[in-house]
Each structure stands twice: as C-alpha cells, then as structure tokens.
Design a protein around this ligand. Structure first.
Ligand SMILES: Cc1cc2nc3c(=O)[nH]c(=O)nc-3n(C[C@H](O)[C@H](O)[C@H](O)COP(=O)(O)O)c2cc1C
Length: 183
C-alpha cells in the first residue's frame, strides 16, 4: 500500500507534522511526504499545455510527484488552516494538479490509472464557527484525481494545546488510517 501525503506546514515539528507521523505509524506501508515549503515545485502558470497534453510543461520536482500520485493507493492532504484555507505554499504546489481536472473535463481521459482513497487533516489555532474553506478546497482537488475521501480530521486550538494531546484527535487520526487501509 502506497500513500502520498502533502504537508502544507512550514513548521518541521508543528502539529501537522505530528499528526502525519501518527497517521503514518498506524497506516504502515510505503509512505512519502511532500513538504510544500521544502519541495522543488513551482506554481501553475496557466500555460494551458495540459488542456491538450498529459502532465505539465514545467519540468521540476512535480514530475516525480505525478508518478507518485499515479502509483499511490492513498492521497492525504494535511495542512494548517491559514485564513480559513490550505496554506498558500500548499495551494501553489496543488495548483499543479490542474492537469487532472483538464484530463477529466477537457481531454476526456482517466486522470489516474488506478482508484484512490483520500484523507484530509487540518490543524487550526482557533475553534468555533469559522467556515473552513480548506475542507472544500481539499475535497475539490482530491475529486480531480477521482479519489474517494474517506475521512476529514480537523484539530482545533492547536496554538493552545498540541494537537496530539487534544482529546479525540489521535482517535480520529487512527480512524482515518483504518479507513484508508480498507481500500
Ligand atoms: C498566516 C496565518 C493564518 C492563520 N489563519 C488561521 C485561521 O484562519 N483559523 C485558525 O483557526 N487558525 C489560523 N492560524 C493558526 C494556525 O492554523 C495554527 O497555528 C496551526 O497550528 C499551524 O500549524 P502547524 O503547527 O502544523 O504549523 C493561522 C496562522 C497563520 C500563521
């Protein structure tokens, strides 16, 4: 079982990283983490190459990630909430997944060669009724890869108490890992 995880946090030892660690330990298999703030991936420049062609005209680290996506059984988007959204750098990396939207709706091709399960992990300093656009954004992007989202974990109050110590958070992460394993 291969799992590709996008980490949208700039903090190497932050809450997102800790929850990814917990998920990975429970999940097992082959796991690769793409750190949005460290990877060699430039943002989409809307050159429209992918309107007619597979892949992307920009030759950078994303080429390997496309291969990883294709081979993955599971895709996980994990990010801090910034201004209700996924972090800017993660959105820059994920903008390169527009080629899958083009596959489906413009090129009329299967975006990937095998079905995938997916998960979303968000950590946020706050709590309460703020609408988390990040959930819809992550689901939309995962939908472009035709991945089935089998769990969304939102860990609140991460600036007050580390997410792994929050009541119920680890249980939710383990439930997500178990759902991904059922694929
Ligand atoms: C620029 C910025 C914007 C943020 N916006 C929100 C927000 O809209 N809602 C929220 O609950 N927390 C917000 N936060 C707090 C982060 O989500 C929180 O610190 C989170 O734990 C960081 O994740 P990490 O520990 O994995 O790095 C924001 C933080 C920053 C730096």
């Amino acid at each position: 079982m291969k799992t590709l995880i996008f980490n949208g946090s700039p903090r190497k030892n932050g809450n997102t990283a800790a929850l990814i660690q917990a998920l990975s330990e429970r999940l097992g298999g082959e796991i690769k983490v793409v750190r949005a703030y460290d990877c060699d991936v430039r943002p989409c420049i809307d050159c429209r190459y992918c309107w007619k062609n597979r892949g992307c005209s920009i030759k950078d680290g994303m080429q390997e990630i496309y291969k990883d996506i294709d081979e993955a059984d599971n895709i996980v988007i994990a990010s801090p909430v910034n201004f209700s959204e996924l972090t800017g750098q993660l959105l820059a990396v994920l903008s390169r997944l527009q080629t899958y939207w083009c596959a489906k709706y413009l090129r009329k091709e299967e975006p990937v060669s095998k079905p995938k399960r997916a998960g979303v992990i968000l950590v946020r300093g706050g709590s309460g009724p703020q609408k988390l656009n990040a959930i819809d954004t992550a689901k939309m992007i995962l939908g472009d890869i035709s991945a089935t989202v089998c769990g969304v974990v939102v860990a609140e109050n991460s600036d007050a108490v580390p997410s792994v110590q929050q009541e119920g958070v680890l249980e939710a992460i383990y439930a997500l890992a178990d759902a991904l394993k059922q694929g």
